[in-house]
Design a protein around this ligand. Structure first.
Ligand code: TRP
Length: 326
């Protein structure tokens, strides 16, 4: 079976863009592949954070991933720092990637411009990401377009290691979802919906209440020509609503456009569809939230499954690299 691995940072609240663009697809993939999903807390600490924020963020994200349908019995769901091999392999891969290669990463250039304290870990972040992926002999990595460069560098690192030290790693491939699932900010529909934009009115949190969802969608930015048409270039706001409605109801946005003459009706149907989509997720989340001990238990099961594979890979790495047996 194809081995799939993806990681998600425990920062900010999960929103509709994360769900429709990524995690809903992960829930589908777990049934057809051998899927590993990881809460990457060690990546989150590349930007300094309060300890409570990291801990709560990891717990809440794990619970949200379970709520959206990642089933710890079907896939392997775990927290990165619970499997110590990630940090260990991360170091070794840092020694097999160059300063020049890391300097070309656009995510680093982007993030380092937005913070005052630029940690060395933020710079070497791609080596840790490569470790995440390579520890599990991963075939496919489902990620957004913004991660393409990180998967490329992972392949480069794996190829270099294999040619320096002998066959050790499987070369992974990025699988980028079709553009249809791209959810844009409701207020700035040319930007992807994102917590880091800090646009609360433009972002629908997965835990938003029905009233809030209705209000945000009703006040979504559209345009003045009054025609409902799916045309992301010319009509980004209206097209975003059509994409959201389409994703929530499993219909094609262009076909949906023909059913509407007015923005008002499109907006209220979109809001209703999103409210209905999120209702069972919110209900499951509330259940999990009430029982953190059960979440911790499920995460230990995930970490144990992951560790069993990671330690095998590390044995191979240590031996090929020439580290003395303990
Ligand atoms: N860098 C990814 C992001 O910002 C998160 C991530 C960490 C990841 N490790 C990974 C994604 C391994 C895929 C595979 O979204």
């Amino acid at each position: 079976m194809t081995r799939v691995f993806s990681g998600i940072q425990p920062t900010g609240e999960q929103h509709l863009g994360n769900y429709l663009g990524a995690t809903r697809n992960w829930a589908r993939m777990q049934r057809t592949s051998d899927a590993f999903f990881c809460v990457v807390d060690l990546h989150a600490v590349t930007i300094p954070k309060a300890p409570g924020e990291v801990r709560d963020g990891s717990l809440r994200l794990a619970q949200m991933l379970m709520a959206v349908g990642l089933d710890p019995e079907t896939c392997t769901l775990f927290v990165q720092s619970h499997v110590r091999e990630h940090a260990e392999l991360g170091w070794i891969l840092q020694c097999n990637v160059s300063y020049g290669e890391l300097s070309r990463m656009t995510q680093f250039k982007d993030k380092s411009g937005r913070h005052d304290f630029i940690s060395a870990g933020l710079f070497t972040y791609p080596a840790l990401q490569a470790a995440d992926i390579l520890l599990y002999d991963t075939n496919e990595v489902p990620v957004g377009d913004d991660q393409r460069q990180h998967i490329e560098i992972t392949r480069d690192i794996a190829e270099r290691f294999n040619s320096r030290f002998g066959e050790t790693f499987v070369l992974p491939e990025a699988v980028i979802p079709a553009a249809g699932a791209r959810v844009m900010d409701l207020q700035r529909p040319t930007d992807k919906m994102s917590k880091s934009l800090d646009s609360p009115k433009g972002t629908i949190g997965l835990l938003d209440e029905p009233g809030q969802i209705m209000k945000k969608i009703k006040s979504a930015v559209t345009d003045n020509d009054g025609v409902v048409r799916f045309d992301p270039e010319q009509k980004p706001g209206v097209s975003n609503l059509l994409s959201i409605l389409g994703a929530a109801t499993d219909r094609e946005p262009a076909a949906l456009a023909e059913q509407y003459e007015q923005y008002g009706a499109l907006k209220s149907d979109t809001a209703d569809a999103v409210i209905a989509l999120l209702e069972p997720i919110q209900a499951r989340y509330r259940e999990l939230e009430a029982d953190p001990g059960e979440t911790a238990r499920l995460l230990r099961v995930g970490a144990d499954k992951a560790r069993a594979i990671a330690t095998d890979t590390m044995d191979r790495v240590r031996s090929n690299l020439g580290l003395l047996d303990a």
